[in-house]
Design a protein around this ligand. Structure first.
Ligand code: ADP
Ligand code: ZN
Ligand code: ZN
Length: 790
């Protein structure tokens, strides 16, 4: 079967094609250092567009189709003329959709008379140009439909057509007449006089709510206004910060010499693209460096965007930023209402919010005056979106900083191998903080051999003894076990039966609270069997330990101290986690049992012993990133120990105490292990030395995925040969878990040491899939720079 010509530029069907054209010079991950452009930095198009009246608008519609759709402009042109970035409402089939104008042209592949007109233009001015640039870049880089990318990257209310406007609130303040001594007309109105007196204390005015909260009434406000003594104005919810006003609410900490060196390096180049890896152990004061960098950036009238991992955007993190700065700190997280999200977006886009902090999707926040981007815990997996638009917010942060010509700081105690390779090669500046601000060195990992030892709730006697000693000394203990539930599965001791999911190639996890078997891959649940479904024996026993079982064991061993379990099951209620943390910060001796929810970000000053129940699960997973990721997690868990006044200990239970990687990590630390892993990746031709793209195929019908996988691989291989592209096509092979939710998963891997060739091949493959009828019956996705092969 000859593949249809998959070269970008071929038109499929009758409508104009969105062409997945490669960027002329790829961004960071894709660009050489040094060069920077300031185009679009003002949030405006670099060439102010002339009001124009194109005959055709190429519009991106929220749809998986990788092309634009052509429409005629509606009769009423927007005030500034038609331009890219304007939202329009358009008829699409029998529906009405909100799309975004991407191209203004005079021609179409269709006769102009056949084009439908746009219904209405929803914007007076286009959505911010820096945002549009980033969306176009993202769509191109990740080979994703532009319409869907734009849709994903805007707040829900904008998707629905709401105008991008600041919501305002009323503020009241005295008029010049009201400021005179003894203003007239108040002799018999003592409450009005009191209200006026209060307002005179607030030269910038007071909001209506604040006034009513002082038990004044709207009538009193109106009466004063009618007398001409006070005036009303509308102000955006996020009050603008005026340059020259004091910036800080509390003084910065005096920096230690390493911090000072790092900050000086950042100060050197505030006006250019300047990618920096800030590698510093937990507690070494990276956040303090960010805060002082932000101070410099905002002091110059620019904005700072801070990205943190999902789990890191805690009330404490926010409080730390908000207590330092007097200026508004806008936070974008999952707890916002749609209105609040739009407000935050607007405040950032208009420049009123000098500091924006958020999780992964906050990378798409427009900024009127971008000044720096900071990515904290840059190695964290939550920066990569794992479905739909599979972008990596860290990589986009670097691309965006390059585009704006501003610094980007990637901070981590355990940098990703990708970032380390960039820093080692000199493309990025490598800044290091090796000392903790408090007097204790980070705790070392002590390997504890599990072989031949009796375990209780997963713990062996010497470890239980160490826990006892710590509690007796009045300290807290964190027990880390990356498996929720009671036990990884249920087994029959008579016949060897194991509880398996009918829908996945996976075991079901045994839960006790409430008692059931649950598949953690498809969420299928089953009642606990009384007898073995296979042989009828009653000898069913839990196999291995999860958080519930360890919690139960510890509660029995240490009845005198509270045991808090932290995992997704125990913290379904939003405030449950925060309540436990508040309790734990009081410092009474206690035991914390938890999954990685506990490992990241949280400051637990009274924990002096950390126990890792089983280091092996992650180390021996098949994924090529497994070692890197489990080392990062181990170091991060270890970082919880001994942050305050007491030194910490970290006991790591393992069946493979002589594993060379684990030993290197324990004896020489993360950086030494990372060096070794980089060498291994180089030898194996894996990222960051080669680039990958993963095609995933899935269907309930095994034959359908297999057939399409084979066809796609053949078509791609012959096409790569014809074009002489140095791209390897590996597979198709079944996914590590072939059957999941009763669907079959197959993969095809593309690998190349030339990023541009990989992209060309990816674009070709996508075009082939879009034009191949069999591919419509199989769900497929292309993952550029996949973080996991699962
Ligand atoms: P990191 O972000 O690297 O984990 P933080 O910035 O949170 O480190 O610093 C850890 C602790 O050390 C915090 O309590 C912080 O207030 C304190 N700290 C950081 N820098 C200094 C400094 N220069 N002098 C004194 N204390 C500091
Ligand atoms: Zn049995
Ligand atoms: Zn399942």
């Amino acid at each position: 079967m000859p593949p249809p010509d998959p070269l970008p530029g071929t038109a499929y069907g009758f409508l104009s094609t969105y062409k997945p054209v490669l960027p002329p010079r790829a961004p960071e991950v894709f660009v050489e250092a040094g060069h920077s452009s300031r185009a679009d930095a003002g949030g405006q198009l670099s060439n102010p567009p002339r009001p124009n009246t194109p005959r055709v608008l190429g519009i991106a519609i929220p749809s998986p189709l990788r092309r634009l759709f052509d429409y005629r402009p509606c009769r009423e042109a927007p005030p500034g003329g038609w331009q890219p970035g304007l939202r329009v409402r358009v008829p699409f089939g029998r529906r009405q959709l909100v799309g975004v104008v991407v191209e203004c042209r005079d021609g179409s592949e269709l006769p102009l008379a056949d084009l439908k007109p746009v219904d209405t233009c929803l914007d007076g001015t286009p959505l911010p140009a820096d945002w549009l640039w980033l969306c176009r870049f993202t769509a191109r880089y990740y080979q994703h439909a532009l319409g869907d990318t734009l849709h994903q990257a805007m707040p829900v209310l904008l998707r629905q057509g709401r105008p991008l406007e600041a919501r305002t609130r009323e503020r009241w303040q005295p008029t010049p007449a009201g400021l005179e001594t003894d203003p007239p007309g108040l002799a018999r109105a003592p409450r009005q006089a009191e209200l006026l007196a209060m307002l005179r204390q607030h030269p910038h005015g007071l909001g209506t709510q604040a006034i009513l909260a002082q038990s004044f009434t709207r009538e009193q406000l109106r009466a004063l206004a009618d007398k001409g003594l006070i005036g009303r104005r509308e102000e955006p919810l996020t009050a603008p910060w005026k340059a020259g006003e004091p910036l800080l609410a509390e003084p910065p900490l005096p920096l230690n010499s390493e911090q000072a060196t790092a900050l000086a390096a950042l100060h050197e180049r505030l006006d250019a693209y300047h990618p920096c890896l800030l590698e510093g152990v937990t507690g070494s004061g990276k956040t303090e460096v960010y805060l002082q960098l932000i101070e410099a950036v905002v002091g110059r009238g620019r904005q700072a965007l801070v990205l943190v991992p999902e789990i890191g955007l805690t009330p404490q993190t926010l409080a730390r930023f908000r207590s330092r700065f007097r200026v508004p700190v806008v936070a974008l997280h999952s707890g916002l209402t749609d209105n609040e999200r739009l407000d935050a977006w607007e405040a950032a886009a208009s420049g009123r919010a000098p500091i924006v902090i958020g999780t992964r999707s906050a990378i798409f926040t427009p900024l009127a005056r971008p000044g720096a981007i900071i990515v904290d815990e840059e190695h964290d997996g939550s920066f990569k979106q794992q479905d739909g638009l599979r972008y990596h917010a860290r990589d986009l942060a670097v691309a965006r900083a390059h585009h704006h010509g501003i610094p980007v700081v990637l901070g981590s105690a355990t940098p990703s191998l990708e970032s380390l390779a960039r820093a080692h090669s000199g493309d990025w500046r490598h800044l290091r903080l090796t000392r903790r601000a408090s007097r204790h060195a980070p705790a070392r990992l002590e390997l504890v051999d599990l072989r031949g030892r009796r375990r209780q709730g997963g713990l062996i006697p010497p470890v239980i003894e160490a826990i006892r000693e710590t509690l007796t000394a009045g300290h807290q203990v964190l027990v880390f076990i990356n498996r929720r539930g009671f036990a990884p599965t249920l087994a029959c001791h008579a016949c060897g039966w194991l509880a398996e999911c009918d829908h996945c190639d996976a075991r079901m996890t045994l839960h006790r609270q409430p008692p059931l078997l649950a598949c953690h891959h498809c969420d299928r649940r089953r009642a606990l069997p009384d007898v073995c479904p296979s042989c009828g024996s009653g000898d069913l026993r839990p196999l291995g330990s999860g958080t519930e079982r360890t919690e139960e064991t510890l509660a029995a061993l240490f009845p005198e101290v509270p045991v808090y379990r932290i995992d997704r099951d125990s913290t379904r209620r939003r405030d449950a986690f925060e309540r436990v943390l508040t309790e734990v910060r009081r410092g009474e001796p206690c035991l914390l049992v938890g999954t990685q929810m506990l490992a990241k970000g949280h400051h637990l000053p009274h924990v002096t012993l950390v126990v890792v129940v089983n280091a092996d699960a992650g180390l021996y997973a098949s994924d090529f990133r497994a070692l890197e990721q489990s080392a990062q997690l181990l170091v991060q868990v270890a970082g919880r120990a001994g942050r305050a006044a007491h030194p910490g200990r970290v006991l790591v239970q393992t069946l493979h105490g002589d594993d060379p990687h684990l030993r290197r990590l324990a004896e020489q630390g993360y950086a030494a292990l990372a060096d070794q892993l980089l060498e291994e990746r180089r030898a194996a031709g894996l990222p960051p030395f080669r680039f990958l793209a993963l095609l995933r195929l899935e269907s309930p019908r095994e034959e359908a995925v297999n057939a399409l996988g084979g066809q796609a691989a053949d078509a791609l291989r012959s096409w790569l040969g014809e074009r002489g592209l140095a791209v390897d096509c590996l597979g198709p092979v079944p996914a590590p878990m072939e059957r999941r939710q009763n669907r079959y998963h197959l993969q095809l891997m593309l690998a190349s040491s030339r990023r541009s060739m990989l992209h060309e091949a990816g674009a070709g493959l996508v075009a082939w899939l879009e034009a191949t009828p069999e591919a419509r019956r199989v769900r497929w996705s292309l993952d550029i720079d996949p973080q996991t092969l699962a």
